[in-house]
Design a protein around this ligand. Structure first.
Ligand code: NCD
Length: 389
């Protein structure tokens, strides 16, 4: 089994065994980096990064990864200004041209489903560096790698996702992956900022366990599950959390109503909260941070977010090497994965998501799939939002 030529635009594009193959190879890459070995696996290959949204970690870690593999990089930062998109060029035309030069393309775009559309028009592998508020699958690979490294595994761990879970794309891919790998997911998000329905559907499909709270106060405050313990008061729920994963308010994606209700106060982590948490818990954050993560937390050994960012390079090295066929994974032949069943006669229908790529790129053929167990519900193949009635 090979991963050569595959795209990664949703975490569900890879099976658990394929994800594990990336993480195992990332460990080898990590070791090679530590030993300052020069790797020549991708010599003569071209990686294009095409970013229509700002980025610090994702783009630079992809580019560094390709350099470390001995390959070349062409970088389109601020592609919305510097590429022909500024002249009205579509996503499909952009990638059909770039595939003539590139061996592999990493794209970040502000529209949900945009990277899926790009992959459909492109013959070389497309990796998503984030598509709007939809998904961020490579951040999830980095997050899974971090949890594995720091906590020794994912199965059975209780992972608390805190913050703007509605508009943050990293937590969407991550919540699905955690359910698939048997973790328990605890969500802490203010009213109106919880995980979207399609992520709940996906978690349910994998029989994942999920519990939701509106604020950290509900967990640690008066009236929460505090119990008397020999050491004094402890808190059952807080004690059960292995990983806190914080995210910022995605202000650039909030409606004016959401902006009025938005505040980080209900899920801010500071020293007091840290003192009440487990000694072996870790704090993760995809970064950038805003007000939800106090700087005083940085000094604590449980603060794992800069180590997490550092793992971006070995993980992305592994992914690039596998998709370019420079390394072949040890994978059993995959029993054919169930193809998504697309609904017929709905190409005139519209996706209800204003940010969906199918509502912006007019040539895009609209496709919808049926949600198992919810016969009446059709979801957009590109962004997973429901069809507009
Ligand atoms: C995230 C993103 O772009 O979605 N950043 C990242 O890639 N590490 C998170 C964010 O912007 O809040």
């Amino acid at each position: 089994m090979t991963l050569a030529g595959r795209d990664l635009v949703s975490i569900n594009d890879f099976s658990n065994a394929e994800i594990e193959a990336v993480l195992d190879l990332a460990d080898e890459m990590n070791l090679a980096l530590k030993e300052k070995k020069v790797l020549d696996l991708c010599r003569g290959k071209e990686l294009y990064t095409v970013f229509y949204e700002p980025s610090t970690r994702t783009r630079s870690s992809f580019e560094t990864a390709m350099h470390r593999l001995g390959g070349n990089v062409v970088s389109h930062a601020e592609a919305q200004v510097t590429s022909s998109v500024a002249k009205g060029e579509t996503i499909s035309d952009t990638v059909r041209v770039l595939e003539k030069f590139a061996d592999i393309i990493v794209m970040r775009h502000h529209l949900d489903g945009s990277t899926r559309l790009a992959a459909e028009y492109c013959d070389v592998p497309v990796i998503s560096g984030g598509d709007g508020a939809h998904e961020h699958p490579t951040q999830t690979l980095v997050d899974l790698y971090t949890i594995g490294k720091e906590k020794g595994g994912i199965k059975g761990k209780n992972i608390a996702l805190c913050g703007d879970l509605r508009h943050g794309r990293t937590v969407h891919s991550l919540a699905i992956a955690l359910a698939r790998f048997g973790a328990q997911v605890t969500c802490i998000a203010p009213n109106g900022f919880g995980l979207p329905d399609h992520i709940h559907d996906a978690i349910r499909a994998y029989k994942g366990k999920i519990t939701e709270y509106r604020s950290l106060e509900e967990i640690v405050g008066e009236g929460s599950l505090a119990v008397q313990h020999q050491k004094g008061f402890t808190n059952l729920l807080l004690e059960s959390i292995d990983v806190f994963y914080f995210t910022r308010l995605q202000r650039e994606r909030l409606s004016s109503d959401d902006s009025n209700n938005a505040s980080e106060e209900s899920y801010r982590i500071n020293r007091q909260l840290l003192e009440k948490s487990r000694e072996d818990a870790i704090i993760m954050h995809p970064l950038p941070r805003t007000n939800e993560l106090a700087y005083e937390v940085d000094k604590d050994k449980r603060a794992a977010y800069f180590r997490q960012a550092g793992y971006g390079v070995p993980v992305r090295m592994a992914l690039i090497a596998l998709l370019l066929g420079a390394v072949e994974p040890k994978l059993e032949p995959n029993p054919k994965k169930d193809a998504v069943k697309l609904a017929k006669d709905v190409s005139d229908a519209r996706c209800s998501n204003d940010r969906c790529v199918t509502n912006a790129e007019r040539y895009a053929v609209r496709k919808f799939y049926r949600v198992p167990g919810k016969a009446q519900l059709l979801r957009c193949y590109y962004c997973d939002w429901p069809l507009k009635n």
